[in-house]
Design a protein around this ligand. Structure first.
Ligand code: AN7
Length: 354
């Protein structure tokens, strides 16, 4: 059923808002759930009912908008004048956009040299005060916590309780779109907030009687940043998937509990597996997501090979961000010959082998 109600209104009964909460909306949520056409067969699982939740189709191109609409609305309600976040990129783009709509000042601390180009362009164009920190994401988040302790700033990272409350809505939408909960949900893990939020959402829907069951949650860290899988923080996290290049996840405990309570697991995938899945999505399904998002599909492929997924399972892979966020990874990965060809028919036919 189509609705253009703001996300917060649509799921108001599950969210910490009142009639007095000013709603700051950019048209977030309501993202497509698209069924795979070719990938199940390609990975030898032709009976799999596989769906992609296209979170890159949110207004700033990532799932962060679901939590940000609520975090910024609540900041406005509380009389805040300025917000701040550390970010691997997507949080900063989302915070900057919602803050400008709300008339709030927005500071963003980005790990210098480790943020995809599109995300940086967004934060700058939306008018945020962008600071490139000489340090990684974990150090930036630590600085944000310290700054907020001293200065009148509202933190809009996922340590802000309203962020995960807003992000629960993705689980609601999946159940509404499928008509039931899937059996498995595959999702990338960085700061570990999103997997925690999905679990809250699926549990809340079951409690309310809107879903009969909950899925097993399978979360995937990048191998070079896999703190939860290894069991200790990683001081110098590394991965090509810069969005999840996080060595000490803020929602570590809640995420670990969500995975185990749901009957799932937090696991890791290598950069090579992530990039394989990234290309497979583009070339089998016409889906361009960012590398970090492809960690969910890399995880699915890994677990299908391990034989842990029933052949006829109903699986949702969350594709958290749009591929256009990170054009450099695409261009560096797939070498194209872009030498100009003269505008002459015979020459063109030769080049096109027609
Ligand atoms: C595309 O923007 O942490 O496990 O600062 O951008 O909830 O952290 C981004 C994270 C997955 C991981 N996919 O989600 C940030 C940031 C994409 C992301 C994640 C992120 P969490």
């Amino acid at each position: 059923m189509y609705t253009d109600l703001p996300l917060i209104k649509r799921y108001q009964e599950f969210l910490p808002v009142t009639e007095k909460t000013p709603l700051v909306t950019l048209g977030e949520g309501n993202t497509p759930l698209v069924q795979a056409a070719n990938l199940p067969k390609h990975i030898g699982q032709s009976k799999l009912k596989l769906y992609f939740k296209l979170e890159g189709l949110n207004p700033t191109g990532s799932f962060k908008d679901r939590g940000m609409t609520l975090a910024i609305s609540k900041a406005l309600e509380a009389g805040s004048r300025a917000v701040i976040c550390a970010s691997t990129g997507n949080t900063s783009a989302s915070a900057a956009a919602f803050a400008i709509k709300a008339g709030l000042c927005c500071y963003v601390l980005l790990p210098s040299g480790a943020v995809a180009l599109g995300k940086l362009a967004q934060a700058i164009l939306y008018g945020a005060r962008v600071i490139a920190l000489d340090g990684n994401f974990d150090q930036a988040l630590d600085m944000v916590r310290q700054l907020a302790a001293d200065c009148p700033l509202t933190v809009v990272n996922s340590i802000n309780p309203f962020r995960l409350e807003g992000q629960k809505t993705a689980a609601f939408e999946i159940v509404d779109q499928l008509g039931a909960a899937p059996t498995h949900l595959f999702i990338p893990v960085g700061n570990a907030g999103n997997i925690s939020a999905y679990w809250r959402g699926f549990k809340a829907y079951k409690r309310s009687g809107r879903a009969a069951s909950t899925p097993a949650l399978l979360g995937f860290e990048a191998e070079g940043s896999a703190a939860i899988v290894r069991g200790y923080p990683i001081a110098a996290p590394e991965t090509i998937a810069t969005a999840i290049r996080i060595g000490n996840p803020a929602s570590w405990q809640e995420a670990a509990q969500a995975a185990s309570e749901s009957g799932g697991k937090i696991d890791s995938v290598t950069d090579a597996e992530i990039l394989d899945a990234y290309i497979l999505l583009a070339r089998n399904e016409g889906i361009f997501c960012e590398p970090s998002s492809a960690a969910s599909v890399a995880g699915l492929i890994k677990h299908c090979k391990l034989g842990t997924i029933a052949p006829d399972a109903t699986v949702v892979c969350v594709l958290t961000g749009h591929g256009l966020k990170d054009p450099n990874t695409a261009m560096n990965l797939v070498k194209a010959d872009l030498t100009p060809v003269p505008a002459e028919l015979t020459r063109l036919k030769e080049v096109m082998k027609l």
